[in-house]
Structures are given as C-alpha cells and as structure tokens.
Design a protein around this ligand. Structure first.
Ligand code: MEV
Length: 436
C-alpha cells in the first residue's frame, strides 16, 4: 500500500458503491469493513452501550480526501463532515502541495499534561521544595495504574509545580504531571494517575487538593506540518501564481494580527481536522479546545499557520498545534466506521495520526485562503449548494449533476427552477436555457 498513489482522478464521478470498492482495494480492506462502509456503521445495540438514554444513531457523510503525500507516503484520508466542499477543497489543496513534494511533518512524543489543584498551603516555597525533593517517588506513584502504557515505554515523565499566589480564592499551587500516553489519547490513564497522586501531593504540601484532571492545552503533544508550493501551481486564468502567493501571505498576516479574522481562519483549519477526528472516533472537542487555546499562547489569539512567499518566490506554509489523538481505546476501537477509517489511514502510531491531521489542517486552510484571496468562496460553495437544491427538487442519480450545472450556469440556484428543469427532462421538453 505504501507505493500506491493517493491520486484518484474521476473518483467523485463514480457511483458510491464503486467508490467503496476502489478504496477497499487501495487499502486492502476485508469484506467486513466493506460491509460496514456500505451499511449503517454503528448499530443501535452498540450505540446503546456507548452513551446513556440512547435513542439511536446520528449519521454524517463520510468522504475520502485524495492526493495527500506526507513524508513521501501516500494517504487516503477519511473525513466525516456535513459541510459541502470541505473534502473537495482539501483534496484540491493537497494536489497543489503534492506538486511541491508534499507535506513534511513531525510530532512530539504523545505527552499529556494533567493538573492537580492545591489550596490552603501554609508555606508555598516549602511546598514547592517538597515536591521537587520527592519527584522520583511521585513519578513512581503516577505510574501505578496503567502498566500497559508503562511497558510500552510511556508513563510519567515529569512533575512541575506552578504557583499562583493571587487568585480569586487566595494562593493556589497547580501541580502538572507530564505523562506519555503512547498510542492512547490517554484521558483515562492520566486522570487515574492524577487521582492516585493527589493524596501524596496533599501530604507533601500540607495543603488540600481539589481538581485532578488533564489539560486540553496539550502543548507538550504537538504536531507540525510544512509544505512549499511552487508559485506556478497557484496561477488562475486571471492571476499569475506569484501574485496569488502574495495574496495568500497577506490573508495569513490578517489572521495573525486580528483575532476576529483568526477565529474564522482557524475554524477553517478545524473543518478538516475535526472531520478526521470524527471519522477516526477521536475526541474532536478536546482537539478543538487545545487548538484554540494554543492559538492564544502568546496572549493574543492568532492564526495557527504561517504562510509566506519564500526566497524562490514560492509559497511556504507551516502549522503547529496540539493534537491529543489516539488509535487505541474509546470510539476508535468501538465504532465500526472509525475502525474502517483507521484501517484506510493505516497509521502506525498516535503521533503519525497527529501528523496526518496537521497536514489536513494546513491543506484545508490553504484551500480556504486561496479561494478567499482570489475568486471568493461562494463560487465553489454555490456549485455544491446547487447539487443539494437539485436533490431537494427530487433529482436522482445522473440528473443531480446535470440540473446542478444548469442552475449554476443560469445563476439561478432555486428549488423551483430545479423542479422545472426536472419536469422538462422527464417530459422531454426543451429547457429555454439548456437541453439535456
Ligand atoms: C468555512 O467553513 C471556513 C472558512 O470561513 C475559513 C476561512 O475563512 O478561512 C472559509
């Protein structure tokens, strides 16, 4: 599979069943996975065991992003998302990035941060000194509970004391546990460790512990993706590629300086990352929280990306963000569609999955700001919107695209017009504007 190309020309034109077969072939999926992809996915009986008061399931479209070349390997990327144009846009951006050699990515070790809140400390300096002096024992206690993670080379790495002398409720000490969760997202592992650790922390500090919970600002667990796009790849019929590269640099600068723009810019990044999180059964709320908190790490909320014209006149892009994602445990292992998605991705570790997501985020952002800085996004959106309007008017199969194309050509994307076109095609009458 490593030597297969993720270029899938014409994939979108194939019937749905055939697309599943193509991806199954590509990824070596067995029949059970194919059945899952062609069927309902999560059964009600399984859903009933996952949450409380279950009524059933809630389905989302699952698509495949093509063209991804990451560190020399091709990936097909499953994305679960309801928003039209996200999958097409990211595939298109990945194609441009591919022309410049693809993505180069890296990730830190999967180190989560857990927090213990300590109050009523009689002597803050003495408390911090006691924690420092007893670090080895504390790390040992923190490793008490998940022997599997420890046996795989993960577990407690460090303890850091962070005093807050002046809070709404008086002085507070926050004790951080750094814990390598290996291929797990690790929420359960670290929360269990924190609860085991808290009594000893209370004893050492002569204080009282309150909250014991992981931090979603997982800034010890980041992934980075970089790419360089030859300026020529960005050319449109009207605008030379070098000018588009400059327009994209300007768009990024806008989101670096202005939080109002940064929120939208980063939302576009998360369009892609969330879709991969959902498809793979990962906790997208955790990833969202981490990304946005990290975007404000210097005190002002900013773009998570850097895009600039490099010394050769090409466009350089980079993103770094926390990505607390796993490939063992939770919905990743329970949800049949998530399992199929993980099989398609075929990543070997949680940090590799994080790198893929960082690449998706960077490409999704490129797609958005490239469109915004040139034609605007409505043009592409309208094309997809037109398909939904055609569907709403009752068009089926091949007629959906034909009617959508006509609606776009007429710049009249309304259900009534779609219904009229459908009627004309059924009765064989000729439309005044377009005949089928
Ligand atoms: C829409 O879902 C996302 C965008 O608004 C992102 C952006 O503005 O960069 C297009």
């Amino acid at each position: 599979m490593g030597d297969k190309s993720s270029r899938l020309p014409g994939f979108y034109k194939r019937p749905l069943d055939e697309r599943v077969n193509i991806v199954a072939d590509w990824a070596g999926l067995d029949d059970a996975y194919v059945e899952v992809l062609k069927g309902q996915g999560l059964a009600n009986e399984q859903a009933d065991k996952m949450i409380e008061n279950t009524l059933g399931t809630f389905a989302l479209p699952l698509g495949i992003a093509a063209n991804f070349l990451i560190n020399g390997r091709d990936y097909l990327i499953p994305m679960a998302v309801e928003e039209p144009s996200v999958v097409a846009a990211v595939s298109n951006a990945a194609k441009k990035i591919r022309a410049g050699g693809g993505f180069h990515t890296e990730a830190t070790d999967p180190v989560m941060i857990g927090q213990i809140q300590v109050l009523d400390i009689p002597n803050m300096d003495a408390a911090i000194a006691a924690i420092e002096a007893n670090k080895a024992e504390l790390l040992e206690i923190a490793n008490c509970c998940d022997r599997v993670i420890v046996s795989l080379g993960g577990g407690a790495l460090d303890i850091v004391a962070r005093p807050f002398p002046d809070t709404l409720v008086g002085p507070m000490l926050v004790v951080h546990l750094h814990f390598d969760t290996r291929d797990a997202m690790g929420a359960n592992a670290i929360n269990t460790s924190l609860e085991s650790l808290a009594p000893k922390i209370a004893e050492l500090t002569n204080g009282r512990t309150n909250l014991r919970i992981l931090s979603n600002l997982a800034d010890q667990r980041t992934a980075t993706a970089r790419c360089t796009i030859p300026a020529g790849q960005l050319a449109t019929a009207e605008i030379p590629g070098s000018d588009v590269a400059k327009l994209i640099e300007e768009a990024n600068a806008f989101a670096v300086v202005d939080p109002y723009r940064a929120a939208t810019h980063n939302k576009g990044i998360m369009n892609g990352i969330d879709a991969v999180c959902i498809a793979t059964g990962n906790d997208w709320r955790a990833v969202e929280a981490g990304a946005h908190a990290y975007a404000a790490k210097d005190g002002q909320y900013r773009a998570l990306t850097d895009w600039h014209v490099d010394e050769n006149g090409d466009l350089y892009g980079e993103i770094t963000l926390p990505l607390a994602v796993g490939m063992v445990g939770g919905a990743t292992k329970v949800h049949p569609t998530a399992r199929a998605a993980m099989k398609i991705l075929n990543v070997a570790s949680a940090p590799e999955l994080a790198q893929v997501m960082a690449a998706v985020g960077l490409a999704q952002n490129l797609a958005a700001i490239n469109a915004l800085a040139t034609v605007g996004i409505q043009k592409g959106h309208m094309r997809l919107h037109a398909r939904q309007v055609a569907l709403a008017a009752g068009a089926q199969d091949g007629m959906v695209q034909k009617i959508a194309d006509t609606l776009v050509a007429e710049q009249n994307i309304r259900v009534e017009r779609a219904a009229e076109l459908l009627r004309l095609s059924v009765t064989g009458e000729r439309s005044s504007v377009n005949s089928y």
